[in-house]
Design a protein around this ligand. Structure first.
Ligand SMILES: Nc1ncnc2c1ncn2[C@@H]1O[C@H](COP(=O)(O)OP(=O)(O)OP(=O)(O)O)[C@@H](O)[C@H]1O
Ligand SMILES: [Mg+2]
Length: 236
């Protein structure tokens, strides 16, 4: 298991006595959409916050050949950007201000404006709402903004924590289409979701996370056919 763009091996994460991630092995190749499906409490957000450099861990996380430190500023500088669960926008700030915050570590003004236009090409509604306070956007619009804010740091890897949370099926479908477009621009995507069906549809490969361990992994199309997955996640 070596030579992958992103590689996680023997990953353990603890909250005091709680052993939240219990020896995770995963990888992602450049330009892949990799998903992690799991129920409440499986450890999905723990995995995301760990990869974003926020939580200390045991084991190894390598990105583009180098270890990824448990320091959020450095992971962003290395090109890893997290869209956290429930968006966590700066709700009192406007759409535009949120986008600017995403580019806070950059000083290439013209390029920042250009990247903003790219976000508007992906999510035209944001351009119409530039000065609207982000807390007053609809759930779907907030998710579009949260993803756009993450894109403003020019990530090479985008981490999405339950992007479909609280969204109607139609909105989710449209949003997942844009995730494919983002991958088309060369960004590697790792997304965690409870919404198993849509997620497996959009991802190349899938891991099933259960109580802090990987219970199953493989091509999403194969995983979707597995009777255990169909029973547990797809309502069969
Ligand atoms: N700050 C914390 N302190 C102690 N335990 C925590 C903390 N955060 C999470 N946990 C525990 O770690 C486990 C994994 O939680 P996590 O939030 O990663 O799950 P999740 O898969 O994202 O769940 P959900 O689908 O509800 O978002 C849970 O048992 C949770 O109670
Ligand atoms: Mg979570």
């Amino acid at each position: 298991m070596s030579g992958h763009y992103a590689e996680i091996s023997g990953l353990h994460v603890y909250y005091g006595n709680i052993h939240a991630l219990r020896g995770i092995d995963m990888y992602a190749d450049k330009g892949e959409i990799v998903s992690v499906v799991g129920v409440n409490g499986a450890g999905k957000s723990t995995l995301m916050w760990t990869l974003a450099g926020v939580l200390p861990y045991k084991g190894s996380i390598k990105f583009d050949g180098l270890p990824l430190p448990a320091r959020p500023h450095e992971t962003v500088a290395r090109g890893v950007s997290l869209v956290p669960e429930r968006r966590r926008l700066f709700t009192a700030m406007s759409v535009r201000e949120n986008l600017i915050m995403g580019a806070i570590r950059r000083n290439d003004r013209d390029e920042i404006e250009r990247d903003m236009e790219r976000c508007f090409a992906l999510y035209p509604v944001l351009k119409e709402r530039l000065s609207q306070r982000s807390g007053t956007l609809s759930g779907g619009e907030q998710q579009m903004l949260a993803i756009s804010r993450a894109l403003m740091s020019r990530p090479r890897a985008l981490l999405l924590d339950e992007p479909s949370l609280g969204l109607a099926p139609k909105v989710t479908e449209a949003l997942f289409d844009t995730i494919s477009q983002i991958r088309g621009d060369g960004v590697t995507v790792l997304m965690v979701e409870q919404n198993a069906y849509e997620t497996m549809n959009v991802s190349d490969r899938c891991y099933v996370l259960q109580a802090g361990t990987i219970a199953m992994s493989g091509n999403s199309s194969e995983i979707m056919k597995d009777p255990r997955v169909r029973k547990a996640y797809l309502g069969d």
